[in-house]
Design a protein around this ligand. Structure first.
Ligand code: TSJ
Length: 647
């Protein structure tokens, strides 16, 4: 690129080596975009927006910007504006170029994917702007500053219009618009909810900052304005919005050490799930790290210390473990530091050891103080942890029983299980079937050499409200645990699985979707490796049956139905094709069920991913939880998606 870039440059001194590096830099970005934005799929496309917005957030952290807007324009271009000081436009001593130009043409070290640290506030502005510029078909930047409006334009990283003054203004701020390059990205369509979720997270993490997002691709498109004076306290309230909080006030702790700062917000709810979400420099640390380690250690220590001091913990077996202390916990940890070290597989784990000390010390001190001032809250939390401790102990004993049974000549298989002959688990399949009659058809229709059938019937246990010890003894789920043979909870081990395909077969109606949601939620909470390692499938029974004379065909979608109908009709336009909607698994005869749904040669199986199960789990919490209002709200706002709720 950019011979004309060199020619455009008015100032020629000190230009050789550094500038050549610059040119190589942006070419490198276009050559290996994945190195800079992770991927060229939808994730990379959205990443461009985050890179730009991060600059405005830095301006907010520096104390000069209170409002950011993000707009998805027609044609999927993006505009980001802020009311900060405006990117500097004066000539830089080192390069002889306007700072604005340098921001967009010099590849800055220390990007999130390029290795090295990432800094909040303190000068590293413009990180990522040149990367976005290099990967945009075109980009325009407008700066309102010192009474003037400056404008500069680029195409694929090259300057197409030098910086010039285009008007006067009384405001200050920066506006950037870009069009992602079709030569680089697989997908060019922005997803509003993806950006909305990220902007909401950033609004929570930067208390008082207003972020507005708008979908201007259509008339009356989506639009949200987010501003949270309470910052991460409100983030916790938001996470718990569909749950029952155990104490009304969110516990908030904060402290600093040198340049580093940490803040933590905590509130317990009556569920058993742990929601611990951490950030370093506003970047989500999905793999945890030193801040999480420090928090967990201090939480466990403080709860036990309080329990002993208050006389609630009397004997050693009353002492609570880390896991016990995190049942029903929702917590956000946010740390900011100038020398963040991101480690781990996805560079999403904070490695700075001194942050552990900072967080641990401040939680030890401030949580102890909070408990002393709010003894009722402390007691409620401690009692929850002690109950978790007892449940865990009961579950351990129940598991021990199962293990002992297995050791003594193998666990007896459930009465309802129709097992297969093959014993090599890599070759076998188990169909978990809703209802006795469907179970009957499946048993008759299957290939008993390698297919086992386990019918389930009736309403199942509410997994949300049950702890592991109850589930182990539950008469609906017990057969599933026994038939799979791989244990449960901490003991679960896919090496012991008796079948390498676990197929959920249920109707495409509301009851069927209920059963699927329950089973997926159960697998998600108690047999997660089953999902992680890809053993779970959904059977896909056909939606339509088409008959013409002696010919019968099945269709899985409306489009397929129409195509098949035309095919069966052939040349005779008025031939009659009988189309019926499948009423349910129970109404298919064994032969039909085999041909359409179970025969490996002709069936469709859909592998269930962890993401599917996470969605099921969230839907489950919402549908089965005690809170009526969020459930109604959810069903109303999602009415049009309800058919897809399962996966
Ligand atoms: F970099 C960028 F293009 F991605 C970008 C930067 C995009 C957007 C939408 C905003 C910004 C940006 C940069 N907003 N505010 C700033 N501020 C500065 O760059 C700035 C302003 C003044 C001073 C100063 O010392 O006077 C220093 C800086 C770094």
């Amino acid at each position: 690129m950019a011979d004309e870039h060199l020619m455009n440059t008015a100032v020629e001194q000190e230009y050789d080596a550094t500038q050549i590096q610059v040119l190589e830099g942006l070419e490198a970005v276009r050559k290996r975009p994945g190195m800079y934005i992770g991927s060229t799929s939808a994730s990379g496309l959205h990443h461009l927006v985050y890179e730009i917005v991060d600059n405005s957030i830095d301006e907010a952290l520096a104390g000069y910007c209170s409002r950011i807007t993000v707009t998805i324009n027609k044609g999927n271009t993006i505009t980001v504006t802020d009311n900060g000081r405006g990117i500097p436009v004066d000539i830089q001593a080192q390069t002889g170029r306007p700072a604005l130009e340098v921001v967009f043409t010099v590849l800055h070290a220390g990007g999130k994917f390029g290795g090295g640290g990432y800094k909040v506030s303190g000068g590293l502005h413009g990180v990522g702007a040149s990367v976005v510029n290099a990967l945009s078909e075109w980009l325009t930047a407008e700066v309102h500053k010192d009474g003037k409006i400056y404008k500069m334009e680029f195409a694929r990283g090259d300057i197409t219009q030098q910086m010039r003054v285009v008007g006067e203004t009384t405001e200050s701020g920066t506006r950037v618009t870009f069009k992602p390059d079709a030569e680089i990205f697989d997908s060019l369509v922005y997803d509003y909810e993806t950006l909305h979720t990220r902007m909401r997270e950033q609004a929570f993490l930067n208390a008082g900052l207003e972020i507005e997002i708008r979908d201007a691709r259509e008339e009356d498109g989506a639009h949200d304005v987010m501003c949270y004076a309470g910052g991460i306290r409100e983030f916790v309230t938001w996470y718990n919005r569909h749950k029952n909080a155990l104490h009304s006030e969110v516990i908030y702790m904060a402290g600093t050490r040198g340049d580093a700062q940490a803040e933590i917000a905590v509130q317990y709810n009556d569920s058993f799930a742990e929601t611990l979400v951490s950030f370093a420099n506003n970047i989500h640390t999905a793999e945890g790290g030193m801040h999480e380690t420090g928090f967990k250690a201090a939480l466990t220590r403080t709860l036990n210390a309080y329990g002993m001091k208050a006389g609630i913990i009397k004997i050693d077996s009353d002492k609570v473990s880390g896991e016990d202390c995190r049942e029903g916990l929702t917590a956000i940890i946010s740390v900011k530091l100038t020398d963040a070290q991101f480690e781990g597989q996805t560079k999403a784990k904070l490695g700075n050891a001194y942050i552990r000390t900072l967080v641990e010390t401040l939680v030890n001190e401030q949580l102890t103080e909070y408990f002393e001032e709010h003894p009722a809250v402390a007691r409620t939390i401690l009692e929850k942890a002690m109950t978790a401790n007892r449940a865990r102990e009961a579950a351990r004993k129940a598991r021990e029983n199962i293990r002992r049974k297995t050791a003594l000549g193998g666990a007896a298989m459930p009465d309802k299980l129709r097992d297969c002959n093959e014993t090599d688990a890599t070759l076998t399949e188990i169909y978990i079937v809703e209802g006795d009659s469907a179970g009957g058809s499946a048993t008759q229709g299957r290939d008993s050499r390698f297919q086992a059938i386990l019918p389930l019937w009736g309403k199942m246990l509410n997994v949300e409200k049950a702890r592991e010890d109850k589930i182990i003894g539950n008469d609906k789920l017990q057969p599933v645990i026994t038939a799979l043979g791989a244990g449960i909870g901490e003991d679960f081990n896919t090496e012991k699985l008796r079948y390498h395909k676990v197929v959920i077969m249920a109707d495409a109606d509301v009851d069927g979707s209920h059963i699927r949601t329950l089973l997926l939620t159960f697998f998600f909470r108690f047999m997660r490796p089953l999902l992680e390692e890809g053993y779970v499938y959904a059977a896909m029974p056909p939606l339509y049956k088409l008959v013409r004379g002696k010919q019968t065909r099945y269709a899985f979608t409306d489009a397929e139905r129409d195509a098949l109908s035309a095919e069966l009709r052939g040349d005779s336009a008025n031939a009659k094709v009988d189309i019926s909607r499948n009423k349910g698994l129970g109404e298919m005869n064994p032969q039909e069920l085999w041909e359409t749904t179970m025969d490996p040669e002709t069936r469709t199986l859909k592998r269930i991913t962890l993401d599917d199960a996470i969605k099921a789990d969230q839907i489950f919490t919402l549908l089965m939880g005690e809170k009526v209002e969020p459930r109604r709200e959810f069903i109303e706002t999602n009415a049009r998606y309800v058919v897809n709720l399962d996966y």
